[in-house]
Design a protein around this ligand. Structure first.
Ligand code: NAI
Ligand code: MG
Length: 496
């Protein structure tokens, strides 16, 4: 295995990569109980760029003990909302002060363009910490009028307790931030398990958490593999809730593992989003939006618009335009300023995308553009548009999680709702039309947690995000996420 030396531009990032990174447990950086480490690869080259301690069951157990202790006693339990708010704001500021280091580590670890990690991943992570810091001082119960006389009753919102958070590799820091920020704002303690493919920015975040002054054990960061560290966390009898983002398949395993102590579960899983372009839309904007919808982040986005339905009279314009978009995308390592699209995250993902597209082609689909890998070093896959699919093909039914869209013409707008909703997933949908009434009706008809109208992939800390059907349980971000991290206590006092 080739080992890259100083792959970053940023001196702090290179320094970070130069020593084996440890686990953060109970406010200390420690080796794994087993002493094992694993290599972190740069998907643009396949080279190892760092080594990280490999957490497993024993480390998870230690982290849960620390998180329980921090939850039940000590400074975190007694910290007033205003102090919690300030501490989370300080964390946001520290991420901002180290934004370049975070961006470069994210790009080297995940593969995405540095222009994306520095303009999207890191700023949105900062924003969710700031947004959720604001909620820390605004959690309110209610007073209730009972039907019987003589009672004073009210509700209290309290933290759920010890939370396990299992993070995917597509937006490593941002997905950690979406989960950590609301958990901390509401007073919980956390064991965060980043994806084994991309543990680096979560570990740098751990350093910032230490620097911001969070008490020991409030946030523990334990990288490791899903089948070991992840399974230990989701099955742990002293974890009160597990929050997961990743595959629907693993979401089901986590739900089963959670039954031992009936811990709460929230899930953000796969998608197969319809992006629907009506002929009356601004077709130029719709074409650009279709490109953003599927090619952003190499298509490794759970809400990617992977089924592009275009009204027949506009089909050639939109799909022709999108073909040009795809053909003009420069595939390059994320650190290269010329990069429009980086590599897929791992060899495993590269094989998955390659074999699913090959399957679609042998099922009878054709590729208007792309349809294969870029040969050479790194896991680069060409932006791909499939045509001639039918609704039963695997490429239409299953999430590919790569830069691959199926373009599908439709004639009768009345049929499109049924086709769009004909999927076990329900994370998101896109609608493109200048007809306001049609857009509203379509938005209501979509069985999906997010509907974008005349835009796509717009994320904001105030917009709840999550899935219908097999795309998940619960909503992250916005005020809705507070439900996932609080218990409601009804207090009923007999006053006579
Ligand atoms: P995955 O679901 O296996 O991994 C996501 C996280 O779950 C990682 O932290 C992993 O360590 C952990 N994990 C894996 N097995 C576990 C287990 N048994 N118990 C507890 N935690 C476990 O996803 P993978 O294998 O990396 O990618 C496979 C497919 O999943 C992708 O091709 C894509 O379709 C989908 N995916 C969806 C994501 C989303 O944002 N909704 C993110 C990542 C993957
Ligand atoms: Mg997996």
């Amino acid at each position: 295995m080739a080992v890259a030396s100083a792959p970053a531009n940023d001196a702090k990032a290179n320094e970070f990569l130069s020593t084996t990174r440890k686990l953060l447990i109970n406010g200390e950086w420690v080796d794994a109980a087993s002493g094992k480490t694993f290599g972190v690869l740069n998907p643009a080259t396949g080279e190892e760029i760092a080594r990280v301690a490999e957490g497993a069951e024993e480390d998870i157990n230690r982290a849960v003990i620390a998180a329980r202790q921090a939850f039940e006693s000590g400074p975190w339990k007694d910290m007033l909302p205003n102090a919690r708010m300030k501490m989370i704001m300080k964390l946001a500021q520290l991420i901002s002060d180290n934004a370049q280091t975070f961006s470069e580590l994210e790009t080297l670890d995940n593969g995405k363009a540095l222009s994306i990690s520095s303009a999207v991943d890191i700023p949105l992570a900062i924003d969710i910490f700031e947004y959720m810091a604001g909620w820390a001082t605004k959690l309110e119960g209610r007073t209730l009028r009972l039907s019987s006389p003589g009672y004073h009753a009210y509700t209290l919102l309290e933290p759920v307790g010890v939370i396990g958070q299992i993070i995917p590799w597509n937006f490593p820091l941002l997905m950690a931030a979406w989960k950590l920020a609301p958990a901390l704002a509401t007073g919980n303690t956390v064991i965060l398990k980043p994806a084994e493919q991309t543990p680096l920015t979560a570990l740098l975040l751990g350093e910032m958490i230490q620097e911001a002054g969070f008490p020991a054990g409030v946030v523990n960061v334990v990288p490791g593999f899903g089948e070991t560290a992840g399974a230990a966390l989701s099955g742990h009898m002293d974890v009160d809730k597990v929050a997961f983002t990743g595959s629907t398949e693993v979401g089901k395993l986590i739900t089963q593992a959670a039954t031992g102590n009936l811990k709460k579960v929230s899930l953000e899983l796969g998608g197969k989003a319809p992006n629907i372009v009506f002929a009356d839309a601004d077709l130029e904007a719709a074409t650009a939006g279709a490109g953003l919808g599927i090619f952003f982040n190499q298509g490794q986005v759970c809400c990617a618009g992977s089924r592009l339905y275009v009204e027949k009279s506009a089909y050639d314009t939109v799909v022709g335009g999108l073909t040009d978009v795809a053909a003009n995308i420069t595939l390059a390592p994320g650190m290269d300023p010329a990069c429009d699209m980086g590599p897929l995250v791992s060899e495993e993902q590269y094989e998955k995308v390659t074999s699913m597209v090959a399957g679609g082609l042998s099922d009878g689909a054709s590729a208007a553009v792309g349809g294969g890998r870029k040969e050479g070093a790194g896991y680069f896959y060409k932006p791909t548009i499939l045509e001639g699919t039918n609704p039963n093909m695997e490429v239409i039914r299953e999430e590919i999680f790569g830069p691959v869209v199926a373009a599908i013409p439709f004639e009768d707008p009345n049929d499109i709702v049924k086709a769009a909703n004909d999927t076990p997933f329900g994370l998101s949908a896109g609608i493109w039309s200048r007809d306001v009434s049609k857009a509203h009706k379509m938005a209501e008809a979509m069985r999906a947690g997010t509907v974008w109208v005349n835009c796509y992939n717009v994320f904001d800390s105030s917009l709840p995000f999550g899935g219908y059907k097999q795309s998940g349980w619960g909503r992250e971000m916005g005020a809705d996420v507070l439900e996932l991290y609080t218990e409601t206590k009804a207090v009923c006092i007999h006053v006579g």
